[in-house]
Design a protein around this ligand. Structure first.
Ligand SMILES: Nc1nc2c(c(=O)[nH]1)N[C@H]1C(S)=C(S)[C@@H](COP(=O)(O)O)O[C@H]1N2
Ligand SMILES: [Mo]
Length: 457
């Protein structure tokens, strides 16, 4: 359900033009609906990511929440079940803090061999300033019992077809952490609809898949929650597996903390710089529970030698990102490979190669940017790769697939026949209607048009 623009002011209950109402600038659209937007590399130039540059990740359509009738329920293993209004929450002590929000799937598009899912590059991440109430205070108010093990969150978004409702849980230890909050403000503004208005979970240091938006229910459980989005999604083998292999879900563990990571925002890959002239190599770096980032090193010779980059001291927070810079003058006309490697307070650093995993989570490989140092910049910048061919779609694709979402989520995949077969099963399980006699043709169409192929970079 799309929220008509004119409803925003009504929802906000105020006349301010919220981040919501401003157009999202030059975002990379990974899915038109449900809306999935990626921040372009230029976004790393900001310390606090403006709302119109903040990535958006929605599994289903953003719900329309009327704040007057909205309530937060706290139930389960508690002495006093609660039903709270937004005003009730705002009367409780507020905390504000800077934290990165990063989707577990950020960088999925970089894995080889490719894996199914939104093909995020580097920008399913943003650095926000979040304000709200401590989850620990809310749980205390409800009288959370000794038996509490896992805290389950549910939001107002409604599943599509027969897909399971998006519900996520975090262990009680993370829930009681003083930094875990229920946020109602982002960057000093009312939490925008796309980011979970009126209330979302903010579990800093952890992948934002745990940061449930449009929160309506908190359930204190005496055992680990075993719903689809915990047991069949967001799981990682936690150790190297053969690229391309299938790993049973029970052999994997939930994605929790983010891993130390850096991004090179400038210069851009494949561009030219002037030989003999200073170039500022710039980027950001962040970590998770093991933050803050303590150092970033840069190599301009493909990893043979490394030198420290300069970090902003005032940005040394546990959960926010840190901007870094490195002054470099390419001494001669040559092709240079620039690498960056961050280290966090626990001494973790970034791997040189991706640890492949079936769903493409937690990418934190050392970033690599190639530039040509030349005497004179040539007028033409490198040509963009040609657009993917838009082959004629069979009827079954139109009637069964381009229904809940557009064909964009399909066109970005590069999957094997076996992976496409599993995708069809997943989607028919969620309600896609594919007749038996059409199935083989659909599989052929998907595989022949969106099968493995070299990446357009
Ligand atoms: N209710 C609900 N909460 C949700 C989601 C969702 O689809 N529904 N997406 C999750 C995922 S996977 C991510 S990465 C973050 C994205 O937050 P953002 O859109 O504010 O950037 O929200 C999380 N919270
Ligand atoms: Mo995510």
């Amino acid at each position: 359900m799309k929220i008509p623009r004119r409803n925003f002011l009504f929802l906000a209950g105020a006349g301010l033009l919220r981040g919501e109402d401003r157009p999202k600038l030059d975002m990379l659209v990974r899915s038109v609906r449900p809306e999935d937007l990626e921040m372009p590399l230029s976004g790393f130039a900001d310390y606090i990511t403006p709302i119109d540059h903040f990535f958006v990740r929605t599994h289903v359509y953003a719900p329309k929440v009327d704040v007057d009738s909205w309530r937060l329920k706290v139930e389960g293993e508690v002495a006093t079940p609660l039903t709270l209004t937004l005003e009730d929450l705002k009367k409780m002590p507020a905390v504000e803090m800077v934290s990165v929000a990063e989707c577990a799937g950020n960088g999925r598009g970089l894995y080889e061999p490719p894996v199914p899912g939104l093909q995020w590059g580097t920008g399913a991440v943003g650095n926000g300033r979040w304000k709200g109430v401590r989850l620990a205070d809310v749980l205390k108010r409800a009288g959370s019992k000794e038996t509490a093990k896992d805290i389950l969150f549910d939001g107002a978004d409604v599943p599509l077809g027969t897909m399971p409702d998006f519900q996520r849980s975090i262990p009680v230890k993370k829930a009681l952490d003083a930094y875990t909050i229920l946020a109602y403000e982002m960057n000093g503004e009312t939490l925008p609809v796309k980011h979970g208005f009126p209330l979302r979970v903010m579990a800093p240091g952890w992948a934002s898949d745990s940061w449930v938006k449009w929160l309506t229910s908190i359930r204190v459980l005496d055992k680990e929650h075993d719903g689809f989005w915990m047991k069949s999604s967001y799981r990682h083998p936690g150790k190297p597996v053969a690229p391309g292999s299938a790993v049973p879900l029970e052999k994997m563990q939930p994605v929790t903390s983010l891993h130390v990571k850096s991004v090179i925002a400038a210069p851009l890959d494949g561009t030219q710089v002037l030989a003999g002239k200073p170039v500022m190599i710039q980027g950001v770096a962040w970590s998770g529970d093991a933050g803050p980032v303590t150092s970033v090193e840069v190599s301009v010779d493909g990893g043979r030698s490394w030198k420290p980059a300069v970090l902003r001291p005032e940005q040394r927070t546990q959960f926010g990102w840190r901007q870094w810079g490195f002054h470099w003058t390419p001494s001669q006309e040559a092709y240079y490979t620039i690498l960056a490697r961050a280290r966090d307070a626990a001494g973790n650093t970034q791997p040189l190669d991706g640890e492949w995993n079936p769903a493409g989570y937690s990418w934190n490989v050392v970033p690599r940017v190639g530039v040509d140092a030349v005497k004179e910049l040539s007028a033409a910048s490198p040509a963009l790769p040609p657009a993917a061919p838009n082959a004629a779609q069979p009827g079954v694709f139109k009637s069964a697939c381009a229904v809940c979402h557009e064909d964009d989520v399909v066109r970005q995949q590069r999957l094997t026949r076996a992976q496409w077969d599993r995708e069809i099963n997943k989607m028919t399980g969620w309600g896609a209607r594919v007749k038996d006699e059409d199935r083989a043709g659909l599989l052929d169409y998907l595989f022949s048009n969106y099968g493995p192929r070299p990446r357009n970079r």
